[in-house]
Design a protein around this ligand. Structure first.
Ligand code: ZN
Ligand code: ZN
Length: 145
């Protein structure tokens, strides 16, 4: 798998470094990770790596399109390796759990803006909000249902 990550880095003209491989691997292993949990995984792998180094790697990987960053309101930024398919996210208001939701119609932008104000729109980034199955079950158990 490491060699796959090395190939991906070379494919976008990024030099292969151990922190870049470790961060890419962490994001592939855990969809929707935040920076702190990625730092934890990378440190378990490589020993002492600075926060700044991990931030810099995440920024480079995101800019190169290997990693996608999204930022639910009221939460910290999340990273994932599922790129290029314009999928959306559903976030649980109670516990913050995040799941993928496929693009509504299959191509970006999957939503037609009611009024595009003259802009040429190429993407719609949607976050659905609600409660995850675990929180729904816990709430109905608590209410005796
Ligand atoms: Zn929940
Ligand atoms: Zn996702």
């Amino acid at each position: 798998m490491t060699s796959d990550f090395e190939r991906m880095l070379r494919g976008v003209d990024l030099r292969v470094t151990r922190p870049r491989v470790a961060v890419l691997s962490a994001v592939y292993d855990r969809a929707h990770s935040d920076t702190d949990s990625i730092i934890g995984v990378v440190r378990a792998d490589l020993g002492d790596v600075s926060h700044q180094a991990v931030y810099d790697v995440l920024r480079a990987l995101t800019a190169a399109g290997l990693v996608r960053r999204f930022h639910p309101m009221g939460s910290v930024a999340r990273y994932e390796a599922r790129v290029g398919d314009n999928h959306h996210h559903v976030v649980c208001r109670s516990c913050g759990a995040i799941a993928d939701v496929d693009c509504a119609v299959g191509d970006a932008p999957c939503l037609i803006a009611a009024d595009h104000s003259g802009y040429e729109i190429d993407e719609a980034e949607v976050i659905y909000w609600g409660r995850c199955p675990a929180c729904v079950a816990a709430a109905s158990a608590a209410s005796g249902g």
